[in-house]
Write a protein that binds this ligand. Structure first.
Ligand SMILES: *Cc1c(COP(=O)(O)O)cnc(C)c1O
Length: 332
């Protein structure tokens, strides 16, 4: 296999300088109620307040800012139905780079409209009969576009790490850090930062119970592929970790935990009621795991990354009302 050059902490530092002035420095919030519930001192890094509503803007911007003149001219292509699509589309718009996003035909109209609203071309495909990676690669080959994957790319990983960098700069040492886990871009980048700032900090990735491929991979020592999991955490419906993210996670992360969809909903409700925040189901993974494992966190300082807040508002109210959990909705 080809030797990969994995990103390091210095790449996160460089990414932070690069995206400074483009990305928001999001707030770190605390609440006495959550501290009481957990017995720990919790620091929430609120990437639901990031531009386009999730941390994905950081990695996308970091990647696009490193394009050559030639790459800028030919444009960027990405395949995603969710936050990566919007992160790429917004970054491309800000930098005047043409963007093409490959999305499933049955993606929510609001997401397609939001992506088009940022000026991107949307190419629709049938996710039951066509392979989005192949379509993306074919577009890249045909038009000389650069394909930017959602997590398995050194520039994406370094960019995503900048959220944790801001968190550590603001709160200092932490005893534990909980990070949502899909394909591992956010976790791999955050872990580089945590290892640098707080060498003894325990770093946990958190997945939905229905899609614990990361946990299986971490524990077996090789990348495990699964079917697209059925979970309300649509940002974590990835089927496998990546060639870059897996070795970084293996090296730096202490464990991968899982939580149920019902636990995610109760955290969504907590964020809404107590902190007046809309958090998407995937964004609740970290807090849900911290509550589930609170016996190990008594008196500790704990960082929790809230990864995003993009959720269709009628779906959000359904979930808060206790409906629409464990249905047959799959990856969109
Ligand atoms: C993409 C995403 C994740 C998972 O990030 P990875 O880098 O793929 O692990 C978590 N939460 C939200 C809101 C996301 O958009």
């Amino acid at each position: 296999m080809r030797e990969l050059t994995l990103p390091g902490y210095q790449d996160v530092v460089a990414a932070a300088e690069r995206i400074n002035g483009f990305a928001h420095r999001t707030p770190v919030l605390t609440t006495a109620t959550a501290n009481k519930m957990s017995g720990a001192e919790l620091f929430f890094k609120c990437e639901n307040f990031q531009r386009m509503g999730a941390f994905k803007f950081r990695g996308a911007m970091n990647a696009l800012l490193q394009f050559s003149m030639q790459q800028k001219k030919h444009g960027v292509v990405a395949f995603s139905s969710g936050n990566h699509a919007q992160g790429i589309a917004l970054s491309a718009k800000l930098l005047g780079i043409p963007a093409t996003i490959v999305m499933p035909q049955d993606a929510p109209a609001s997401k397609v409209a939001a992506t088009r609203g940022y000026g991107a071309d949307v190419v629709l495909y049938d996710r039951y009969t066509e392979d989005r990676e192949k379509i993306g690669q074919a577009l890249a080959d045909k038009h000389g576009m650069t394909l930017i994957p959602p997590y398995d790319h050194p520039h994406i990983i370094a960019g995503q790490g900048t959220a944790a960098k801001e968190l550590f700069e603001e709160v200092g040492n932490l005893d534990a850090l909980f990070v949502c886990l899909g394909g591992g871009g956010l976790l791999a980048g955050s872990a580089l930062v945590a290892r640098h700032h707080s060498p003894l900090c325990k770093i946990y990735g958190v997945e939905p119970q229905a899609g614990n491929d990361g946990q299986q991979s971490f524990r077996s020592g090789k990348i495990v592929h699964i079917e697209t999991p059925k979970t309300i955490a649509d940002g974590a419906q990835t089927q496998h970790l990546g060639q870059y993210t897996f070795p970084l996670i293996q090296k730096n992360v202490d464990d991968i935990l899982t939580v149920s969809d019902a636990e995610l909903v109760s955290c969504m409700r907590f964020f809404a009621e107590r902190m007046k925040m809309v958090v998407e189901p995937t964004g609740c993974l970290g807090f849900a795991a911290a509550l589930a494992h609170k016996e190990h966190l008594q008196g500790k300082s704990v960082g929790i990354i809230i990864s995003g807040g993009n959720v269709d508002i009628s779906r959000y109210s359904q979930l808060l009302a206790g409906r629409g959990i464990n249905n047959d909705r799959d990856c969109i």
